[in-house]
Design a protein. Sequence first.
Length: 369
Amino acid sequence: MYQILPPEDRWITDPQTGQKIHQLTSHASIQHHPFFLSPAWDDAMRHIAVISDRTGHNQLYLCRTSDYALIRISEVEEVDEWTIHPSRDGRYIYYHGDAKAIRTECSSGKSEVLLTEEEASRLCGGVGKAVFPTGRTTALSKDDRYWAIRALQDGRFHVLVYDTERESWKKEWEAAEVSHMQFCPDVSEYLFCAGTLQDRVWVLDRRTGEGRRVYKRNAAAKQWITHETWIPGTMELSLVDWPHGILAVHCETGKVRRIADFNAWHAISNEQGTMMAADTNFPDVGIRLLDPRSNAGAYRTLCYPKASCMGEHWNGPFPYDDGPVRVYAPQYTHPHPRFSPDGQKVLYTSDCTGYAQIYVIDFTESLNI
């Protein structure tokens, strides 16, 4: 599939900050970018990955930055929207669709099935059939060599890694829960794997196959740790200490420091490790920029996305003492800010018009915090 659609972008202005904002999509359907842990742009910034259900099913599109035309490149019945991970060289998009692990070429829309659930069952080595759980992220190393996915078999989550050079799969770990996987941008042998909701912060050393807890939450105080992301150049993970701010923990020494004291929700560093963007909730006080290298907590409000930010469970104390709870919190209602590779733009999603759409801010001339 390679279908080019006309541009539908427009410019708007944030009435509270005066910030000019480029709205990339406007179709009366749900559009969003990949989960904030995954890059939306390729490194050359030739296109932005977009998920849209304008056909009645989630499909994968590229927003071409030369003219902002949309190009549909997926042809499966349904793309598993939150598994999408673009390669940094701009050649491929990796994702799950129709219960398969797929790689699609950006220039042609040609797709290749890299793994089926039947093949994953043999890799996992258990008794039952392995399945690819829907709605969860995958991870690609910064050099585009390794793609990590999850398979669920016999009640355990298995981390399966595809070597794009050797074109081979390997099971590297298993645990009771694995989510939000992210390769360390400094050392690809480290893979962050979120554990259970009560014990999330684990790093897999791929050289030894051993997982190690790098931060233990204060359970007695009902501390809520979530939305962990790497800070490039530091060997640190940032941790949202909801709703009290952002912490950073060194993945080797365990040293902890506090970065911010406001109600940051999804916080992500730029590729240079010099700037962090965070959306907020309960209350929504805008997308804020801050310096993750500093412990001062200074920030600047970039814009007010006015997304509906569904998920009432966030508006209260830690709710997971007895395990997961059923909630209504569509991810496309969350802004999920993400920097461009050059660190000069922030992309986010908002359903402020009634439908989730994708927005980009160029803040080159207004970086002062």
